[in-house]
Design a protein around this ligand. Structure first.
Ligand code: ADP
Length: 489
């Protein structure tokens, strides 16, 4: 049987990918979007580092393909590049093997070491495609860690068949840009001096910025929601790159993320106490809620409303607002479950509330996939009051699991959660606009009022949320359209 010709060949280059290694939403996207593109008829390869933390169960399935030496740095020092390959459901994953760079437990250590690591990785990704003679139509790069790919493509790889590929750079989070001294980046990247000027890599007289350079050189730029695409062109959200982004705006599009509806399928989710679908969500949510309370040591068998929060505990996530309203949130009829790690300031605040409101609050300071699933299923409402949120996946997962999000109207939260309208009885959740504790409290109280006084309408929203399309299908189609436009150029 002859293999059907793919509509587009795409190479993904990024620093994390579920299930091998994930610290946040980027890992989810690197897993789910390639699979969705496959369903649209694309051929997809994902290139990522072989970190020491990748579990043996995946390593055992990897095949050694080849190895070669590659020069990086200003002095042209050579480094080993091994290619370890694994195929999963039609997507090919090529892991870049190099013990010097990827022998830490976690993907990210500190910027001083991460910058050489991702210079090496970006160049190695292209060298691997070249070595394999797998020439994609589009090289889709993700965040600052892969931002040098478009620059390497147009300089070091200008003279090989790979140069026909177009590059796309997706901004998952503009806060992290890969900024360091010009000398540090010049040395480790080995990129030509000419790129270290103002419109490209130069940030100021002393510093260089990898993301800035990638955005200047990429053939296309995307970000993970239409609202965030607009927001980052303003000084408030632009992280000092707003004018740079306004300059390159004609090549930029916002395409909202989806979630993988096979992983996030409450009817088949083995991690849940009681899997459910839209027909039995109301009884089963109760069972999941009770199991969650039991597991976390909260009071069971009561009619209290349960709020969930699953998040990196950082300033971005609006946790100072949650901290500010916590005593008012705890009105005797409410329970709160927090799962996350991060800034000790927030970790300690939530630990304090757990002690103060024993039996009604659980602060689970850890990263735990299984518990995350049980929280999405076993809570009534879900807090995402972010300061900024490029897309946000947790509100999408919450809705899929019949949980009502309470979100700030920013970035992807604004694009995916329609505010509840009591007149028309439409909407998916409760929202607030300005970054103020009182406004979060108001939104939380609106949610509580509906939950306690009009359960029929609340339940209708639960069901509406479960039926909302939060899959990748529509977004994958938009990416494919953009790839095909680039391919024609
Ligand atoms: P970000 O990428 O900014 O961290 P997103 O909302 O895009 O935020 O994605 C967060 C992802 O990470 C979701 O899949 C969420 O369930 C998961 N997650 C965050 N914190 C934890 C945690 N402590 N334990 C398990 N999963 C977590």
């Amino acid at each position: 049987m002859t293999k059907k010709k793919s509509v587009c060949k795409v190479a993904f280059v990024g620093s994390e990918c579920y299930p091998f290694v994930k610290t946040g939403g980027l890992g989810d996207v690197m897993y789910a979007l390639p699979r969705a593109l496959l369903r649209e008829g694309c051929e997809v390869r994902v290139i990522l580092p072989l970190y020491a933390c990748i579990a043996d169960k995946y390593r055992e399935k990897m095949k050694y393909i080849a190895s070669f030496m590659m020069d990086v740095t200003m002095e042209g020092r050579t480094f080993y590049v091994g290619i370890m390959e694994l195929e999963m459901d039609g997507v090919i994953y090529d892991f870049v093997d190099n013990r010097d760079y990827f022998d830490w437990g976690n993907p990210y250590t500190n910027l001083w070491e991460d910058i050489p690591k991702y210079c090496f990785f970006s160049k190695a990704a292209l060298a691997i495609l070249n070595y394999l003679k797998w020439y994609p139509d589009v090289i889709h790069c993700h965040d600052w860690q892969a931002a040098l790919v478009p620059l390497y493509l147009r300089t070091k790889f200008w003279n090989c068949p790979l140069k026909k590929a177009k590059s796309m750079l997706t901004i998952h989070n503009l806060r992290f840009q890969g900024i360091c001294s010009i000398d540090h980046l010049k040395y480790w990247s080995g990129l030509p001096d000419g790129l270290f000027n103002y419109p490209i890599l130069k940030q100021n007289e002393e510093e260089a910025n990898m993301f800035k350079g990638g955005l200047a050189y990429a053939d296309a730029i995307t970000t993970v929601s239409a609202t965030y695409a607009k927001e980052i062109q303003t000084p408030e959200f632009g992280e000092h790159l707003d004018s740079h982004l306004r300059y390159h705006a004609d090549r930029m599009r916002g395409i909202v993320n989806g979630i993988d509806t096979e992983i996030w399928d409450s009817s088949k989710d083995k991690l849940l106490a009681a899997p459910y679908d839209v027909t039995n969500v109301l009884e089963k949510k109760w069972e999941n809620k009770e199991a969650l309370r039991e597991q976390l040591g909260l009071e069971t068998g009561c009619g209290k409303m349960v709020f969930g929060l699953v998040s990196r505990l950082t300033d971005q996530k609006g946790l100072d607002l949650v901290d500010a309203i916590f005593p008012q949130l705890m009105d005797g009829n409410t329970q709160v479950v927090v799962l996350g790690t991060g800034d000790p300031r927030y970790e300690n605040a939530f630990r304090y509330y757990e002690q103060k409101y024993k039996g009604d609050v659980c602060a689970y300071i850890s990263y735990n996939e299984g518990l995350a699933h049980r929280i999405y299923a076993g809570t009534d409402a879900f807090l995402v009051p972010s300061l900024f949120e490029p897309c946000g996946l947790t509100q999408l997962i919450a809705m899929r699991y019949g949980t009502v999000p309470v979100v700030r109207e920013t970035g992807g939260l604004k694009d995916t959660v329609l505010p509840y309208d009591a007149e028309t009885n439409e909407g998916n959740g409760f929202t607030f606009d300005r970054y103020m504790p009182d406004l979060l409290l108001e939104a939380v109280n609106e949610a509580k009022t509906l939950f306690f006084t009009d359960r029929q309408r609340w339940d209708a929203m639960v069901k509406r949320n479960m039926e909302k399309d939060v899959s990748w299908e529509q977004s994958a189609k938009q990416y494919l359209d953009f790839y095909l436009e680039l391919k024609k150029k």
